[in-house]
Design a protein around this ligand. Structure first.
Ligand SMILES: Cc1ncc(COP(=O)(O)O)c(C=O)c1O
Length: 286
């Protein structure tokens, strides 16, 4: 478990561990750099699974997953990666993860969950299920009749992303190429936004990791985060305040349960959005 994660990749494991009497070990992160601490000292021959985020939805931090996964595998344990925040922002080859999950609604699709794992691994897991429901993998993990409209919507979302400028023969190539373009686009615009925000008096930026998504968390001196969010909304900027369910991370940063203001970029965010946000924040300071 890491303190960088969304509670969705923390609490279910804590509760599962309680249910079977397993020990939970916490991997912290450095509030100054937003980088995960060293995992190696936490691993023992009794470690079964390491749950880690692909990217923090609060700070954007992108842990070095392949290196982390190889440490975990050397210890004989499995890696479960929460890719909900990472997947919309970068091309991902999740081959290093035993389990990789993401949420299509984060990339223009419908509300359903996606889990990728090898059939052999899934075969060894026995979810609670109705007796007549099929036991074959992967349908064993579904609830009765499949949600066909959600599956169709997810396919359409992937097609849409693959069509956003991506080049290549097949859909996979076009998708990876589109996402690489989007990553560069968001990184460049995000870097400009960060530089401009950092130059404003009274702004504290909280995310400092070397590798991260274009997700920025900041506080404004003398302002409650929610008051800032309300002011920004008046200027047509949707930048909510809170911990965004990354409660452990928010507490670890000293921001308690209140959190701070988060802005994130998406494929549809453009220069005028960034200008409007920066100008609205500058007006706050007047
Ligand atoms: C990193 C991360 N993990 C998990 C979740 C929860 O995903 P869902 O809303 O699909 O349950 C979110 C949602 O914001 C997230 O950002």
């Amino acid at each position: 478990m890491t303190r960088l994660d969304h509670d969705a990749n923390i609490r279910p494991w804590v509760q599962a561990a309680e249910a079977v009497g397993a020990t939970v070990r916490w991997l912290g992160f450095d509030p100054a750099t937003s980088e995960l601490d060293d995992l190696a000292p936490l691993l023992t021959e009794r470690t079964r699974l390491v749950a880690v985020t692909g990217a923090s939805n609060l700070l954007g931090t992108r842990p070095e997953l392949p290196a982390l996964a190889s440490l975990v595998h050397d210890a004989g344990a499995l890696v479960y990666v929460d890719g909900v925040h990472l997947t919309p922002h970068a091309p991902v080859d999740a081959g290093f993860a035993d389990f990789y999950v993401c949420s299509p609604y984060k990339f223009f699709g419908p509300h359903c969950g996606v889990l990728s794992a090898s059939p052999a691994l899934l075969d060894g897991l026995r979810p609670d299920k109705l007796l007549p429901a099929t036991d074959v993998v992967p349908e064993r993990f579904e609830f009765g009749t499949l949600p066909y409209e959600l599956l169709a919507g997810t396919t359409a979302a992937v097609d849409f992303l693959a069509g956003l400028g991506g080049a290549g023969e097949g859909r996979r190539e076009r998708l990876l190429s589109s996402l690489a373009l989007l990553e560069t686009y968001e990184d460049d615009l995000g870097a400009e936004l960060e530089t401009r925000l950092a130059a404003i008096d009274g702004i504290t930026l909280h995310g400092h990791a070397q590798r991260r998504t274009s997700t920025l968390l900041f506080s404004v001196a003398g302002w409650e985060p929610r008051a800032v969010a309300a002011k920004l909304a008046e200027s047509g900027v949707n930048a909510p305040a809170g911990s965004f369910y990354a409660l452990e991370a928010s507490r670890h940063l000293g921001l308690g349960d209140t959190g701070a203001i988060r802005v994130g970029l998406a494929p549809y965010t453009n220069q005028s959005d960034v200008d409007r946000l920066v100008e609205s924040i500058e007006t706050l300071e007047d």
